[in-house]
Write a protein that binds this ligand. Structure first.
Ligand code: HEC
Length: 137
């Protein structure tokens, strides 16, 4: 076989293999990971307790309590557990507290918040916004 034909065929095969590999990698990246069952249960608790009325997740929801997408990274599992099982007074409210979650609801909620935190949001929410404390009304 002529050298130029061999070189052409080799380049063609190498390109095809690399193309197939790129497609494989792009289809099997981390975003294809299944959502953990506990996180799914946490999302149901989140819906049942209507946390979305005051909080945004991935930018959607109410603007009173701040975005919870990356709150797991901010507070960590232990502080979240304490917060959800012994909710403090909501600042700006004289009596209103977060609803107290039971043990199972708390664990599911933390799994959900941990899952949200694992989503690559390309730095959403922006940090100055995230660190701002809601104003007392
Ligand atoms: C009535 C409005 C309201 C509802 C409903 C609500 N929150 Fe909040 N939440 C707030 C406000 C306001 C804050 C900010 C802290 C404060 O002012 O006390 C807050 C703070 C938080 C924080 C701490 C955030 C941080 O950045 O430190 C977490 C975690 C949280 N809420 C989780 C939840 C979950 C989970 C639910 C549903 C079970 C929920 N909240 C329902 C109003 C609410």
């Amino acid at each position: 076989m002529d050298f130029r034909l061999k070189a052409f065929l080799t380049t063609l095969i190498v390109s095809l293999v690399m193309f197939a590999w790129l497609i494989y990698v792009s289809l099997t990246n981390e975003q294809m990971k299944p959502i953990p069952v506990a996180a799914q249960q946490g999302k149901l608790v989140f819906q049942r307790k209507a946390c979305i009325e005051c909080h945004t997740v991935l930018g959607n929801g109410g603007y009173y309590g701040g975005d919870l997408t990356k709150v797991y990274e901010k507070l960590g599992s232990d502080a979240l557990k304490e917060f959800l099982t012994h909710p403090p007074l909501i600042s700006g409210a004289k009596q209103k507290r977060h609803e107290r979650l039971n043990e199972a609801e708390t664990n599911a909620m933390i799994a959900y918040l941990e899952f949200l935190d694992s989503i690559n949001t390309t730095n959403w929410p922006p940090h100055p916004l995230y660190e701002a404390k809601p104003q007392a009304r």
